[in-house]
Ligand binder design. Structure first.
Ligand code: FE2
Length: 292
């Protein structure tokens, strides 16, 4: 039986068909998995937690709603570890889980989407020398993701937030930030966007947050090659390649799993389809490129 805190459980039967968030909530409630899934709708956060603001209508994929972009900020660092748990022994702070789904514009869940999270520690500091509170993961076959972390601390000039980059296979990267309801600084932070509020509930000595990403792409609903599998697909040149063998890694090129490139004289094989951006050079992004 599913555990109440993990969106990866109990929804496999929903993975390959079109799902609205309202539909998910209804199905979850019927399945008795209400504790976490009741928090899957963004609007519920505002309805249930932020009672001091008017409750907007529930945004749904079918409304044409997509998750908005936000600035990257100065503290993104490529090369984060592949992990869903950012908490390590001795970590200070209030436990927090963030979970939800990645959808396409057409409401179909996106599997294999890259989610790269980074945030401040409980004192409001980013780790710019190491990878504390930095990690990337890939959405499951039903589009679900789950992050175990702590509530980030405040730092001057900003309200409380978590940074994330989300990228469907072979699609551009969405860079955005997630926010917490009932934060006094939400009212004064000029970057803050209420559409990016998470649902946050107190559970024991920690918090559970949820947020569904809706990317401005068409979801496929079918699993894509997983970087954890040993089957990266058949090498074949991408449209930007000149054909055969490896080519030099190029910003703006579209790569798919199995493509081979060279960067600074080293060969890498693509393990996740994507469009190459500056800052995502092969040695910096183990989620996307594996050294041969
Ligand atoms: Fe930040």
């Amino acid at each position: 039986m599913s555990t109440p805190h993990n969106p990866l459980d109990g929804l496999g039967d929903l993975a390959d068909r079109k799902i609205s968030r309202k539909g998910l909530l209804k199905a979850a409630a019927l399945a008795g998995a209400a504790p976490v899934l009741i928090g899957s709708g963004v609007a519920l956060a505002r309805d249930a937690v932020a009672a001091d603001v008017p409750a907007p209508l529930t945004p749904q994929c079918s409304d044409g709603h997509v998750t908005g972009e936000q600035i990257e900020g100065p503290y993104f660092k490529p090369g984060s570890p592949l992990r869903t748990n950012l908490v390590t022994p001795g970590t200070q702070g209030t436990p927090l889980t963030v979970s939800g789904y990645v959808f396409g514009r057409n409401c179909v869940p996106i599997s294999g989407a890259l989610l790269d999270f980074w945030q401040a520690d409980t004192n409001g500091n980013y780790d710019n020398s190491g990878y504390t509170f930095r990690g990337h993961q890939f959405s499951a076959a039903n589009g679900a993701y789950s992050l175990t972390t702590i509530i980030p601390g405040l730092y001057p000039g900003r309200t409380r937030h978590i940074h994330v980059k989300v990228q469907a296979p072979n699609q551009p990267i969405l860079t955005t930030q997630l926010y917490f309801p009932n934060e006094p600084r939400n009212a004064t932070d000029t970057i803050y966007d209420p559409a990016l509020l998470m649902t946050v509930r107190q559970v024991g000595n920690g918090s559970e947050a949820s947020f569904d990403f809706v990317l401005n792409v068409n979801g496929t609903g079918s699993p894509s090659p997983s970087p954890s599998s040993s089957n990266p697909g058949s090498p074949s040149p991408s449209p930007s390649n000149t054909g055969g063998g490896s080519t030099t890694w190029t910003v703006g090129a579209s790569y798919k799993a199995g493509d081979v490139v060279t960067y600074n004289g080293v060969s890498y094989v693509c393990i996740q389809g994507h469009i190459a951006y500056a800052g995502w050079e092969p040695p910096n992004v183990p989620a996307l490129w594996q050294r041969r």
